[in-house]
Design a protein around this ligand. Structure first.
Ligand code: ADP
Ligand code: MG
Ligand code: ZN
Length: 609
């Protein structure tokens, strides 16, 4: 506390100086005022003289003081004062009410108490202020202290998460078993002189179970798990992030063997020196501290640092150097078998009807992450509860998949008859072109019931998980995206805003084809996907250009060419099957949704007829 006070005085000398100056000037001004009073002081004989000469307007007795008010200003001052000597009476001096107005005030204007108070009050005020500030500063100190303390959570409850709770990801688990083994029996490795990685970086898209895997490693090894999220570092005072890192590592070392888990490390681990706010921002200090700590401990201590990211491309290369996060574990989106396994894990404890087959759901959900699948099961349970059912049936599961993909249906939205017709043709256009083009995915469902922000939707999905995409696949995809707009144009001769989202997606794909996949003739086999985006501006806001203005022009031209070609393709398909388009649109207006089987039947019936 004493030290704290000293520190406070040291840190706040400027403030204290200001207070002293203000207080001093306050006291000084009091004295100065008294001084002006004194200059006006006259002695009693002068007063007597003035009264005799009839210069005095009035005399007022004010305790020990006489205040004389003159009729006319003398030296520009109408008020003069004289101190009354001890028990003199005014009559003794011949100052009588017939000569001048005399006013006697019983209560002295400045009693001793007032004197005392006027001295003590400022002191009290200043003291109080000082005390208040001290308290504030101390509070802030304490707070700063607890900011500095890492908010890492030590989670005993996580200890019961095991690899068995993580479905699929067998490859990743294999990589991590080694880490578990080291944590359990470090001696075995040390004796052989084997060097154990300090840092393990888990890389994968969001929701693929990175956090879950890290917890499972701790659970399998039976060691404490300290987790902190990168985004938590990036807040408040400068220097706090760094001290939090220091504290986290200190805490971990005390609890070794254990795991430190830094989630979303890209939030602090972005490339240094690229920020706009000067090079020494908070984030960099935190990152530097992480690097220092990583270098500063031996694997002997039994601490293993795990981190997770979905943006390995933006990480500072320093993090990936040997002796830091040199072990990398990739986690991919689950394939069909893994999806089924994940569904099984989260199906535990939920009642299902007999006919439920999770394999069917797994088939329907390529591209879903583990978190999405968990969400599907949760949504299905909610839907079943809402429908007052005792068990979850296939209906709820299918609805839940759609909800997760497309957002909830909005059946209550009233759609004008005209809009309904336009939407029907728009969606029929998407569905038809998707069906006819060789690279189009099968149409699962068409609907003109609005979902989320879309008025209608066509849901087409690949048969299997796709890893490679060809140029013609993208070309067809763009044509399918543009076919809704094309259908509107063909039937109504006018465009609406309904195609906005389609156009955005189409442009995005076309641009990627040119700048990233080397799929345009004029640009050729070059990729301009910049790694060096402006870090401080965040992810996609400022993708910096690493090509010339001239190249930019060529890129724009090439994108336009791709779009125009796709537009023509969509137009051609739709013109050829205009009658079929109208047929689908009619059915759609009548039934509002068409499922896959119905759609396929509609098309075969039509071609037979
Ligand atoms: P990430 O950290 O990669 O974003 P999480 O680990 O937070 O993903 O996953 C979110 C949730 O999704 C987990 O809590 C878990 O319930 C579920 N999940 C994800 N992947 C799997 C998996 N392979 N097996 C079981 N559940 C999973
Ligand atoms: Mg996570
Ligand atoms: Zn559309």
């Amino acid at each position: 506390m004493k030290k704290g006070l000293m520190n406070f005085l040291k840190n706040n000398w400027f403030l204290i100086l200001i207070i002293v100056i203000i207080g001093g000037s306050f006291i000084y001004s009091n004295e100065a005022q008294e001084a002006t009073t004194k200059t006006n002081e006259v002695n009693i004989s002068q007063v007597v003289e003035q009264v005799k000469n009839g210069q005095v307007e009035s005399v007022s007795v004010n305790g020990t003081r006489l205040d004389i008010t003159l009729k006319e200003a003398v030296n520009g001052n109408k008020n003069e004062f004289a101190f009354k000597e001890a028990d003199i009476s005014l009559t003794q001096y011949g100052i009588t009410p017939d000569k001048v107005k005399i006013d006697i005030k019983d209560t002295p204007k400045s009693s001793p108490w007032v004197e005392v108070l006027s001295f003590i009050l400022p002191v009290l005020l200043m003291g109080g202020l000082l005390w208040f500030m001290l308290r504030q500063a101390q509070g802030a100190n304490n707070q700063a202290m607890s900011f500095g303390k890492s908010r890492a959570r030590m989670n005993a409850s996580n200890a019961n998460i095991k690899f068995a709770d993580v479905a699929g990801s067998e490859e990743s688990k294999k990589d991590l078993i080694e880490v578990v083994d080291f944590l359990q029996s470090p001696a075995k490795y040390r004796e052989l002189g084997a060097e154990i990685p300090k840092g393990v970086l888990l890389i994968g898209p969001p929701g693929t179970g990175k956090t879950l895997l890290a917890k499972a490693v701790a659970g399998e090894a039976g060691v404490p798990f300290f987790s902190i999220s990168g985004s938590e570092f990036v807040e408040m005072f400068v220097g706090v992030g760094a001290s939090r890192v220091r504290d986290l590592f200190a805490k971990a070392k005390r609890n070794a063997p254990c795991i430190i888990f830094i989630d979303e490390i890209d939030a602090v681990g972005r490339q240094r020196g690229a920020g706009l706010g000067g090079s020494h921002d908070e984030r960099e200090q935190t990152l530097n501290q992480i690097l220092v700590e990583l270098d500063g401990f031996d694997t002997d201590t039994g601490v293993i640092v795990m981190a997770a990211t979905n943006r390995p491309d933006v990480l500072d290369p320093a993090l990936l150097r040997p002796g830091r996060f040199d072990r990398r574990v990739l986690i991919d989106l689950p394939d069909i078998k893994e999806r089924e396994a994940i569904l099984q894990v989260h199906a535990k404890g939920k009642p299902f009807t007999e006919e439920v087959n999770l394999n069917v759901i797994a088939q329907k959900t390529p591209g879903f992450s583990g978190a999405d699948l968990k969400n599907v099961l949760n949504e299905s349970a909610i839907l079943a509860a809402r429908n007052s059912k005792k068990a979850i049936s296939m209906t709820e599961l299918n609805d839940a998949v759609e909800r997760v993909v497309l957002g909830p249906e909005r059946k209550t939205r009233v759609i004008h008859e005209d809009e309904k017709k336009i939407t029907a043709y728009h969606e029929a256009g998407h569905a038809l072109v998707s069906h006819i083009l060789p690279n189009g995915d099968p149409v699962h469902k068409i609907s003109i019931i609005s979902r989320g922000r879309a008025l209608g939707y066509t849901w087409n999905m690949p048969e299997q998980d796709k890893l490679l995409y060809s140029k013609s696949h993208f070309e067809d995809e763009i044509a399918i995206l543009l076919s809704g707009r094309e259908a509107e144009l063909m039937i109504f001769g006018e465009l609406t805003t309904g195609a906005q989202n389609d156009l955005q997606q189409a442009s995005k794909i076309a641009r990627k084809m040119v700048t990233e996949f080397g799929m345009s003739e004029k640009i050729g086999a070059m990729s301009f996907h910049g790694k060096d985006e402006m870090v401080f501006l965040g992810r996609d806001l400022a993708e910096s250009k690493n090509y010339s203005e001239k190249t930019a022009q060529v890129i724009d031209d090439e994108v336009a060419v791709i779009i125009t070609k796709a537009e023509a393709k969509a137009h051609e398909v739709l013109t050829k099957s205009k009658d079929l388009l109208s047929k689908i649109a009619d059915v759609l207006m009548e039934k509002e949704t068409i499922e896959r089987e119905e759609f396929e039947k509609l098309i075969t019936d039509f071609s037979v007829a």
